[in-house]
Design a protein around this ligand. Structure first.
Ligand SMILES: [Zn+2]
Ligand SMILES: [Zn+2]
Length: 105
């Protein structure tokens, strides 16, 4: 088993990694930057690759930490693998992240 670490999403407005998730998965993925207060929503796209046997970080990130839903199974158990790949630890999909709904502060 190999482990993963929690996501870090850099703010598309100012580049800060001090970003947090301000909503909940059943609503939307609006994130807010703690530095510039700009907002954005991350979405994922499946690359077609699958990686099994990855475990979520321990401890799991706080609900206010950056999060994104898997494009395949909609799980929010999407984390960063040791080689920086974005992987869903539920279904194993290797994902690419895109930032949408960019709203500058
Ligand atoms: Zn920012
Ligand atoms: Zn998945």
């Amino acid at each position: 088993m190999s482990s993963t670490r929690k996501l870090a999403i850099a703010c598309p407005h100012c580049g800060s990694t001090d970003t947090f998730y301000s909503c909940e998965p059943k609503c939307c993925f609006n994130h807010v930057c703690g530095d510039c207060r700009g907002t954005f929503e991350p979405v994922t796209k499946a690359t077609g690759a699958v990686r099994r046997g990855l475990t979520p970080p321990d401890p799991l990130p706080d609900p206010s930490e950056p999060a994104v839903a898997c494009a395949k199974c909609e799980s929010v158990a999407v984390f960063t693998a040791e080689d920086e790949a974005l992987v869903c630890t539920d279904c194993g999909a290797v994902l690419e992240m895109e930032l949408t709904e960019l709203a500058p502060p």
